[in-house]
Design a protein around this ligand. Structure first.
Ligand SMILES: [Zn+2]
Ligand SMILES: [Zn+2]
Length: 227
């Protein structure tokens, strides 16, 4: 896979076949005066992510904000390199603060990946269930979606063409060592369904459009209802 535009102003710039095998899907939003990155990959692929942004004709030094959807290493390991290159500010939820700012290798799952993580500061710590914030010329809605980890968030933006949802690790998995809670996750998935998004950008599984969005989330709920 190559970096590509997946909708107007929305790009895929990282992922296991795009930047580095350990990376989550990394998405970029062109918010006008600034670029907003959703997640950062595991770290070793950060240079490739920045190069992918450039390859799409965008200036990586214009990344103004980086949203860390949760504290797993495959999503936060690239923060330091990307912050160094762009001076971006990091947004994450209080529920995953210990993973990101203290760097407990169990919480970050860095022990599983065998990747070292150096703690990173969060500039904007989200609290509560929902926060709306204007970044560039777009209104970003940050939705608490606990379950996979306590501080997991989803992000949506209403664009001209419809509602774009960065659902992130919708598919799980779950582990006590990260503080997963499958009942909370089910309620979070119901919240995501209620958003009726037109485009779902998932943390590893890629992009789903139209009716596939509901289909994908419901399939995950069904899969874990038997667990
Ligand atoms: Zn992940
Ligand atoms: Zn995860």
């Amino acid at each position: 896979m190559v970096p590509k535009e997946i909708a107007k102003r929305i790009y895929l710039v990282g992922g296991s076949g795009v930047s580095h095998p350990a990376d989550c899907c990394v998405y970029l939003v062109d918010a006008g005066e600034e670029l907003v990155l959703i997640d950062s990959g595991a770290g070793p692929g950060a240079g490739a992510i920045l190069a992918n942004v450039e390859a799409l004709g965008l200036d990586s030094s214009r990344i103004g904000h980086l949203v860390a959807t949760h504290c797993h290493i495959d999503h936060i390991g690239g923060i330091s390199r990307i912050r160094e290159a762009s001076g971006c500010r990091v947004i994450a939820h209080r529920g995953d603060r210990d993973g990101i700012e203290v760097g407990d290798p169990r919480l970050t799952a860095a022990d599983l990946y065998g990747i070292e993580y150096w703690p990173e500061k969060i500039d904007t710590v989200l609290e509560g269930d929902e926060t709306a914030m204007k970044l560039g010329d777009l209104e970003f809605h940050f939705i608490a979606a606990p379950g996979h980890t306590p501080g997991s968030i989803a992000v949506y933006i209403d664009m001209e063409e419809g509602r774009v949802l960065f659902g992130q690790d919708v598919h799980g998995p779950f582990s006590d060592s990260w503080g997963s809670d499958i009942d909370r996750w089910r309620r979070s998935m119901e919240k995501l369904l209620d958003l009726e998004a037109d485009l779902l950008c998932e943390g590893h599984a890629g992009v789903f459009r139209g009716g596939e969005v509901r289909g994908y989330i419901e399939a995950q709920l069904l899969r874990y209802s038997r667990a």
